[in-house]
Design a protein around this ligand. Structure first.
Ligand code: DON
Length: 570
C-alpha cells in the first residue's frame, strides 16, 4: 500500500476509532534493497535513487539531507548543523556537525544593559546564528563512509535547486506563517516573498544561488562554501543586519567524530549521540531507570507505567541542566549512566507519588513554547548498514535571514545556549552554566539520532530512528524505542501510538489526545501529576532491518513524511 493511502487510512481510523489505533495500525512499507524515511517525498526519492545507483546507507543519507536543504528549507539546510549515528560494517561511529558560537560571541550578548534579555536577539536575524556545520559535516560523513563519487551524491539536490521544485501546501503555509519576519529582511523577501507574497501552491521554485553553491560543493567539497565568495556573502549579510558571523568563522569550523553513548536495554544494544547532544544520555538514563523499575511487568496503558515514565523523564531532564559542550559540561555521561548513578536515582523515584520538579534542581519558573523546526532521516541499505541523521536550523527557517549569493538560511541555533540565565529558551528549557555562550563552543542539543540492534536465532535485527521537536525529541524517541524493544511492536504501530512528554520544567505532563484513558488520568492526577493536552509533539522517522534481511520504512503519521524501500513487497 502506498504511503499516502496508508496515512489516509490511519488518519481516518484515528478520527473514527482512536482506541483501535492504539492497538493496531497499517504496516510500514516493507521490501528489500534498502529503505529511507524522511520528511519530504523528493528527499526520500533522492535517497532511493542513490541506493539504486549502488550507493550505501551513508550515500543515501547525505543525498537525502542535501535534497532536504533544497525542497524543505524550513529545516533542511546548509546553514545549520546536526548529528549522525552510523553503523557501517557492524561498527558504530557518530559525527557531530553541530554549529558553534562565532569567535566574537560573548556570554552576555543577548542581554541589555538592564540585564534583561534583548527581545528576539537569539532567535531572529544574524546574531541568532551559530557557525554552520552542515557543509563540512555532510561532506565528512561521505568522505569517511561513502561509496559513490561525491559529485553523484550532491547531484539530486543540485538539479532540484537548478531546475526548480513545486511549492506544496506545507511550504506555502510555513512561509505564510513567517511573512512578517521575512519582510524585515529584503534578502529573504526577494526570494521567498516573490511579488510581496508567499509563493503559491503549485508554483515552481528555482534557487539559482543554491544551485551554484551546490555545484561548487560537488566540485571542491566544503571549502566552496566555507571559504571564498559564499563565505564572504554570509559575512556581508550578517554584518549588514548587525551580526558578528565572519568568513573566518566558517573557514575555522571542524566537524568531530565522537564515541557514541553505548548501553544495553531490554536485550538490545543501543548507540546514540553523545554531548553536545543530550539525547543519548537522556535515553540511556531513562532506559536504565525503566528497566530497574520493572517497566515490562507493568500493564501497558496503566497508570503505574505512565507514572514511572513521567518520573524518569523528570529526572533525566533535570540532569540535562548540568550539560553543555563536551568541554564545558558539568557532568560526564558516566556520572549519570553508571550502575551507581542509576541505582541512586532509581531509589529516589516513589512508586505512587509525583515528585516536585523544583526539588530536583531548584530554578526559575517557565513561560510558553514557540514553534520550531528540524528534520530527521533514517536509512538502511541492502547490507544492513544504517544511518540515523538529524539536522536543524532550530526554528522554522532558522534566523529567517537568507543569504543571497549562498542560497541558504542562517540558523538560529544560538537560542539553544542558555542565552539568558534562568530564562527558558524557545523550547521552554531552563539550562545551566555549562551551556553558557562561549566562542567556538557547541550549544547543547536535544537531538537523539539512535541505532538499536539485537541478535535473534533468525538473524540480526536493527532499527535507526530519531526525530524533530526540540525538547520533545528524546522523550518521543524513547517511547517509540520502548514500543519496539520492550513491547515488541511492529515498526509502524510503534510510531503511531500516542505519546507523552515531561521535561522537568515546566512541571506539567503534555499528552497527545487519546494518550490516557479517563480513569488512568484520574489516577495520575491523584498521584500529583498535572496534564496539558497538545498535538504539538515530536515527529519520529525510522527504518528497520528484519532478522531475515528484509527492510522497512516507517513514518510518523503526525507529519507529511515519506518512507520508501528500493524493492517494495506488493
Ligand atoms: O538541537 C536542538 O535541540 C534544537 N535546535 C532542535 C530544534 C527542533 O527540533 C525544532 N523542530 N521541530
Amino acid at each position: 500500500m502506498s504511503y499516502r493511502i496508508r496515512s489516509l487510512m490511519t488518519a481516518l481510523l484515528m478520527v473514527l476509532l482512536p482506541q483501535v489505533v492504539l492497538a493496531a495500525s497499517a504496516p510500514a512499507v516493507r521490501g528489500s534493497g534498502g529503505a529511507i524515511s524522511s520528511e519530504h517525498p523528493e528527499a526520500t526519492r533522492a535517497g532511493l535513487e542513490i541506493l539504486q545507483k549502488g550507493g550505501n546507507a551513508v550515500d543515501a543519507a547525505v543525498a537525502t539531507a542535501l535534497t532536504l536543504a533544497v525542497v524543505y528549507p524550513e529545516a533542511g539546510n546548509l546553514g545549520g548543523g546536526g548529528f549522525a549515528v552510523v553503523r557501517m560494517d557492524g561498527k558504530i561511529t557518530t559525527l557531530d556537525f553541530r554549529e558553534v558560537a562565532p569567535a566574537r560571541a560573548t556570554s552576555d550578548m543577548y542581554l541589555g544593559e538592564d540585564g534583561e534579555p534583548i527581545s528576539e536577539a537569539s532567535r531572529v536575524g544574524p546574531l541568532a546564528a551559530g557557525v554552520p556545520g552542515s557543509p563540512t559535516g555532510l561532506w565528512e560523513l561521505h568522505r569517511k563512509h561513502g561509496r559513490l563519487p561525491w559529485a553523484q551524491v550532491v547531484e539530486p539536490a543540485r538539479s532540484l535547486a537548478d531546475g526548480g521544485f513545486i511549492v506544496d501546501k506545507h511550504l506555502h503555509r510555513a512561509i505564510a506563517s513567517k511573512e512578517e519576519i521575512f519582510s524585515r529582511f529584503p534578502e529573504t523577501a526577494a526570494v521567498w516573498l516573490p511579488g510581496g507574497k508567499p509563493p503559491s501552491v503549485g508554483s515552481r521554485m528555482k534557487l539559482p544561488d543554491l544551485a551554484a553553491a551546490l555545484r561548487g560543493y560537488a566540485e571542491k567539497g566544503p571549502t566552496a562554501i566555507t571559504t571564498g565568495a559564499v563565505a564572504e556573502a554570509v559575512e556581508r549579510v550578517s554584518r549588514r543586519h548587525g551580526g558578528i558571523l565572519t568568513a573566518d568563522d566558517l573557514a575555522a569550523y571542524k566537524a568531530a567524530w565522537r564515541e557514541p553513548i553505548r548501553f544495553q536495554a531490554f536485550g538490545w544494544e543501543i548507540a546514540s549521540m553523545p554531548l553536545p547532544a543530550s539525547g543519548g544520555i537522556i535515553l540511556g538514563e531513562s532506559l536504565g531507570l525503566l528497566e530497574r523499575l520493572g517497566w515490562q511487568a507493568q500493564e501497558r496503558y496503566g497508570a503505574r507505567r505512565r507514572h514511572l515514565l513521567i518520573e524518569v523523564l523528570r529526572q533525566s531532564f533535570a540532569d540535562r541542566f548540568l550539560m553543555g559542550d563536551p568541554t564545558t559540561t558539568a557532568v560526564q555521561p558516566q556520572d549519570l549512566l553508571s550502575d551507581e548513578a542509576l541505582e541512586e536515582r532509581f531509589k529516589r523515584i516513589r512508586p505512587g507519588q509525583a515528585r516536585s520538579s523544583e526539588d530536583l534542581y531548584p530554578t526559575a519558573a517557565l513561560v510558553g513554547v514557540e514553534s520550531h523546526d528540524t528534520t530527521h532521516l533514517s536509512t538502511v541499505d541492502a547490507e544492513g548498514n544504517l544511518v540515523a541523521l538529524t539536522t536543524t536550523i532550530n526554528g522554522l527557517f532558522g534566523s529567517c535571514l537568507y543569504v543571497p549569493g549562498a542560497g541558504f538560511f542562517l540558523n538560529n541555533e544560538m537560542d539553544d545556549f542558555a542565552a539568558a540565565p534562568g530564562r527558558p529558551n524557545m523550547f521552554g528549557l531552563v539550562q545551566g552554566e555549562a551551556n553558557k555562550v562561549r566562542p567556538g563552543r557547541r550549544m547543547l542539543s536535544s537531538m537523539s539520532p539512535t541505532i538499536a540492534w539485537r541478535s535473534t536465532a533468525e538473524g540480526e535485527e536493527a532499527v535507526a530512528l530519531g526525530g524533530r521537536g526540540g525538547s520533545r525529541i528524546p522523550t518521543n524517541t524513547l517511547q517509540v524505542l520502548l514500543n519496539i524493544i520492550a513491547d515488541g511492536d511492529p515498526l509502524q504501530s510503534a510510531l503511531d501510538r500516542p505519546r507523552l512528554h515531561h521535561q522537568w520544567l515546566p512541571d506539567i505532563v503534555q499528552v497527545e489526545p487519546d494518550t490516557l484513558a479517563p480513569e488512568t488520568r484520574a489516577a495520575l492526577e491523584t498521584m500529583g501529576h498535572g496534564f496539558e493536552v497538545t498535538s504539538g509533539t515530536a515527529k519520529i522517522e525510522a527504518v528497520r532491518r528484519l532478522p531475515d534481511g528484509r527492510v522497512e520504512a516507517g513514518t510518523d503519521p503526525r507529519v507529511r513524511a515519506t518512507g520508501a524501500v528500493l524493492q517494495p513487497e506488493l
